[in-house]
Design a protein. Structure first.
Length: 509
């Protein structure tokens, strides 16, 4: 499942202090449609949960799993909240249910009530391994990166069976995460088979010994994200890249933001000054925003005069799509009109109501835009009986070329995917950095952008089903998931697009 809404998160609430909740836990609780937790735990985090979120008390593992799966199937985020850490608090059965149903899930660790002891979990450092006698439960070894094979030898010498499951993870919870699952007696050979050496790994590693290590393949929610480890180029203005990048990170990708368009004030400010005056004096019935940059330009001009969102009182506001709507909402304005279908100037024109001289006291529409003309929208508004005042609110210019390593990665296949959100991003990226390599997956936001990409000799692999940047990222995630499933069905190792280019160093996870 690649829908970001319908999934399950197993979240640790920590030992009791709200200050010990992770930032990820707080964010998921605020976004949840369903929270399943014991009353005492739910009460403790009530202030972090939305008022309309359904709170359910858990039953047995099977019943609780049904609640979680049903919520995910309905397209909601279901959070299963535990005291301490999920896997130490008994989440295993519910996690297994999600894995079996192929419902996307995530495990968010919490600070456990105890971090070591003789019971179900012991935590040691690697230099203590020779002193740990065999026992039931799970052994966690910090500092395992130096000589993993020696750990196996020390534990076997201390009485642990050589068939005991062993898993070691480098750079955990990052997009460089790398895990190898084996047994104590086969650590050396299995690391070699996976191409893992001290030279190919980075950072620290944690090893898990015992039955929990055997569940690595079933619980590997992070490394099985559909875009795990993908390096994705986001060629947008810097202000507009954050939403795309955050969505990509949710899918496990590593976004690289490369501005291709720079936004500058208009050469002559008089038009905008007259437009602001007209807005305040009631000259317009509508203001139509065709980009988030237009919202930003008008907002900045209003603030120059000490004005705020109240300047729009009595004026209807239209937005071309979700990004523009988000910029308006951030300014405190809820748009009256947003097209349901195509999120473009044409889609906005299709949704625009005709002028009615009985209901509409004024027939003027303010259209703040870039220095690129919008004749189609103006013509359509005129046909509907409106008088459109086309005002240059900002200029778009080609951004400076990115640094040499980025240009080399674009042309040499160092990126796994590039996402184009407009025809101008295609033209500008090719102009400042060159064409992406043939192995790079090309994703586009719609048919017009696809046409432009094709004209530049690019193979389009992914087209968003609607003109939405989040839909484009979701479509890329579906593409990545399909590639992962195809590799698994063929019994082949999963390789990112950048690993398929000639001469690329393979790195098995």
């Amino acid at each position: 499942m690649t829908d970001m809404d319908g999934w399950v998160a197993f979240v640790g609430a920590g030992p009791g202090d709200d200050g010990l909740l992770t930032m990820r836990a707080v964010r998921l609780l605020g976004a949840a449609g369903v929270v399943v937790a014991e009353p005492g735990i739910a009460d403790r985090v009530q202030h972090l949960i939305n008022a309309d979120t359904q709170i359910v008390e858990p039953s047995d593992a099977a019943g609780t799993a049904r609640v979680l799966l049903r919520a995910a199937e309905e397209g909601r985020l279901a959070v299963r909240l535990y005291a301490g850490d999920p896997l130490l608090a008994g989440a295993v059965g519910e996690v297994q249910a999600c894995a079996k149903a192929k419902v996307r899930f995530e495990i968010v660790p919490g600070v456990p009530a105890r971090s070591a002891g003789a019971g179900e979990m012991r935590v040691i450092h690697a230099n203590e391994a020779s002193q740990v006698s065999y026992g039931p439960g799970t052994l966690v070894i910090a500092g395992a990166e130096t000589a993993p094979q020696d750990l196996g030898k020390m534990l076997i010498a201390a009485g642990w069976p050589d068939t005991t499951p062993f898993a070691i993870t480098w750079d955990g919870t990052t997009t460089d995460q790398q895990t190898v699952a084996t047994t104590l007696g086969r650590i050396g050979p299995d690391l070699k088979a996976a191409g893992v050496t001290v030279a190919t790994t980075h950072g620290g590693a944690v090893a898990v010994v015992g039955d929990a290590a055997a569940a690595k393949d079933r619980f590997s929610w992070y490394e099985t994200k559909p875009l795990f480890g993908w390096r994705v180029l986001v060629p947008r203005t810097r202000e507009q890249a954050s939403v795309v990048s955050e969505r990509l990170r949710e899918y496990g990708a590593v976004p690289e933001e490369v501005p291709t368009i720079a936004v500058e004030p208009p050469r002559t400010p008089q038009q905008m000054e007259r437009a602001v005056k007209g807005l305040v004096t009631g000259r317009y019935q509508w203001v139509a925003f065709t980009s988030a940059n237009a919202v930003k330009a008008v907002r900045e001009k209003l603030e120059e005069y000490g004005l705020d969102a109240r300047a729009f009182a009595g004026v209807k506001v239209a937005a071309v799509g979700e990004q523009t709507s988000a910029a308006l909402l951030d300014f405190g304005i809820r748009p009256d009109l947003v097209p349901d279908g195509q999120q473009s100037a044409e889609g906005l024109a299709d949704a625009w109501p005709p002028f009615d001289d009985l209901l509409d006291p004024i027939n003027r529409v303010l259209l703040p835009r870039a220095d690129i003309a919008t004749e189609t929208l103006v013509a359509r508004l005129t046909d509907l009986g409106w008088e459109a005042e086309d005002v240059t609110a900002y200029r778009t210019v080609r951004a400076a070329p990115p640094p040499a390593p980025i240009r080399e990665a674009i042309k040499g296949g160092g990126f796994d995917a590039v996402l184009f959100t407009s025809s101008s991003t295609v033209r500008n990226l090719v102009g400042i950095a060159g064409k992406p390599h043939a192995v790079t997956v090309i994703g586009v936001i719609g048919p017009q952008t696809a046409k432009t990409a094709t004209e530049f000799g690019l193979r389009v692999d992914v087209t968003s089903p609607k003109a939405s940047v989040t839909a484009l990222v979701d479509a890329l995630a579906e593409f990545g998931a399909a590639q992962r499933d195809a590799a698994a069905a063929a019994g082949e190792p999963l390789r990112r697009p950048s690993e398929r280019r000639r001469g690329a160093r393979r790195r098995l996870r």
